[in-house]
Design a binder for this molecule. Structure first.
Ligand code: BTN
Length: 271
């Protein structure tokens, strides 16, 4: 167990702009995303951050759960309330991915990479961070985006079912613990900066370029699952909406807004 989240420590060296304008620290919650959505329904301001030391029902994508061991991970949610550009909502997931990988790289001695739509993996393909963005109606007929981020920080073991597929910063740093409060400050700073940048003219194109520069997916052969269908193809890149473009053997290129990459293999000569 590493030091608990501590607001005095966090604010010592953090001056919020939007993200982190209010921070709620709790010992245990079912899910920080669920609590953040409750606050949205109560008209909370943009930038609210919920930080929990553990979650009893941490949620992952596609109905999965997120293992939330007390005292060692980051279980973080923040509320974003876009004023316009509602069509940009899916791109918040990419924004959160870029901000998270930049924050992680401030504290990680090993290579990390983004896997679409938003996992952060070690070079060995083990999962270090997961992101779950959810929308929630605001009291004024707008839409809030709850950005939920789980980072494996100081875990040295994981439950049996994810032991082979998960890693942590401590494992990647050869046993050196990471200060969770410092990592949270970095995460809030990077979300703030990326959120502002994506709202500038040309910001979404730049976000997609940045996301792509932190991924080693493109040009690789992948297996991709959409619902019950499995697709074999080559990951070509992201389109302007942030959808994943896959080329199949028949020469067809299709953009997917949802789905799961289940395997990534070496690049082979072009189809
Ligand atoms: C995934 O990889 O499937 C997404 C995992 C997201 C986990 C985080 S932990 C903080 C926030 N609260 C939740 O219940 N889930 C997200």
């Amino acid at each position: 167990m590493t030091p608990k989240h501590n607001l005095a420590d966090i604010f010592k060296d953090f001056h919020p702009r939007i993200i982190g304008s209010r921070i709620e620290v709790i010992d245990q919650v079912d899910s920080t995303n669920e609590l953040a959505k409750q606050y949205v329904r109560q008209n909370c301001a943009e930038g609210l951050v919920i930080l929990a030391d553990s979650q009893t029902q941490g949620k992952g994508r596609a109905g999965r759960s997120w293992t939330s061991i007390p005292g060692v991970g980051i279980y973080f949610s923040t509320v974003i309330i876009p004023q316009e550009n509602k069509e940009l909502l899916p791109q918040f997931t990419l924004m959160a991915g870029v901000a998270s990988i930049l924050a992680i790289q401030d504290f990680c001695q090993a290579e990390t990479t983004l896997k679409w739509p938003n996992d952060i993996l070690s070079a060995e393909g083990k999962k270090l961070c997961g992101i779950l963005c959810e929308t929630c109606p605001t009291t004024s007929d707008g839409i809030a985006v709850v950005v939920g981020i789980g980072i494996n920080v100081n875990q040295v073991t994981f439950p049996e079912e994810i032991q082979a597929s998960a890693t942590s910063l401590k494992i990647l740093n050869n046993g050196a613990s990471v200060d969770r409060n410092a990592l949270i400050c970095s995460l809030m700073r990077h979300i703030d900066a990326e959120y502002m940048a994506m709202n500038l003219p040309g910001g979404v194109e730049k976000l997609i370029e940045k996301w792509s520069s932190h991924s080693n997916l493109f040009g690789k052969e992948i297996t991709f699952k959409v619902g019950n269908t499995s697709i074999e193809g080559r990951a070509l890149g992201l389109n302007e909406a942030g959808n994943l473009v896959i080329a199949t053997q028949d020469g067809k290129q299709t953009a997917y807004s949802a789905g799961e990459i289940t395997s990534i293999r070496r690049a082979t000569p072009a189809h």
